[in-house]
Design a protein around this ligand. Structure first.
Ligand code: ADP
Length: 212
């Protein structure tokens, strides 16, 4: 967030005179109280100043970066996830390539008939097999997918910051958003309820840039 010179001045005045009323800030800047109203509204909405009725303005001590950090650690995956794009485990590589185009995504999640996650394929996994000699209709997608044991997932309750960190640390483009449906068998059963991708992060970034 870039502050105007006057907003910077207001912050300095409040820092030195906490708490201070709007009237007194206006006096120090030689302007009318009404002139300052939009600036004070912006600074309070952004969380840089706190306003207490009949007391005045306080400096929150938070920098714009701290406020962005707070926002992305607070925002949950559940609130921003997209619908999952999946193919069932009996699909062929050909089917998966068609789904990649028709659904306009870069990663597909592979599921059982009852939506349990079994793997993921990226566009490069599919490109690699398409460069080979085999008949793509006959090669099961299961042969080329990354298997469940190696899949990095995220839950709807995790923060956008945690999910984005997983994309960076594990160098993948997309995470399945999952719900644990059973833990009693040998392997965990995970239901795919959404996807969190690099595009999701870019969208949040743009929305924040627009002040939303
Ligand atoms: P691309 O291969 O098109 O660059 P990614 O970087 O997302 O796309 O995928 C790299 C590899 O990681 C691929 O082999 C893919 O199957 C696998 N992969 C994709 N998503 C995940 C995930 N969420 N967890 C673990 N592995 C994944």
């Amino acid at each position: 967030m870039r502050l105007t010179p006057r907003q910077e001045q207001i912050i300095e005045i409040v820092k030195e005179n906490t708490p201070i009323t709007g009237e007194k800030i206006a006096n120090k800047l030689n302007v009318r109280r009404a002139t300052l109203r939009p600036d004070l509204a912006v600074l309070t909405m952004a969380g840089l100043l706190e306003a207490r009725p009949r007391v005045g303005y306080f400096y929150s001590g938070k920098t714009p970066y701290m406020l962005i950090a707070e926002e992305i650690r607070h925002l949950k995956v559940m609130e921003v996830k997209s619908v999952p794009v999946v193919v069932t485990e009996d699909a062929s590589v050909y089917d998966a390539i068609v789904a990649l185009f028709t659904e306009d995504v870069g990663t597909l999640f592979i599921v059982t008939n009852d939506s349990c996650l079994v793997g993921a394929v990226s566009r490069k996994d599919l490109l690699k097999v398409a460069l080979g000699q085999g008949d793509l209709h006959k090669i099961p997608v299961q042969v080329v997918m990354t298997r469940l044991a190696n899949i990095i997932t995220v839950s709807g309750e995790e923060s956008v910051y945690d999910a984005a960190s997983k994309l960076v640390v594990h160098e993948v483009d997309a995470l399945p958003v999952v719900e644990v449906i059973s833990e009693d068998s040998d392997r965990e059963m995970l239901k795919v309820i959404g996807r969190f991708t690099k595009t999701t992060v870019v969208r949040i970034f743009v929305e924040m840039g627009e002040g939303r």
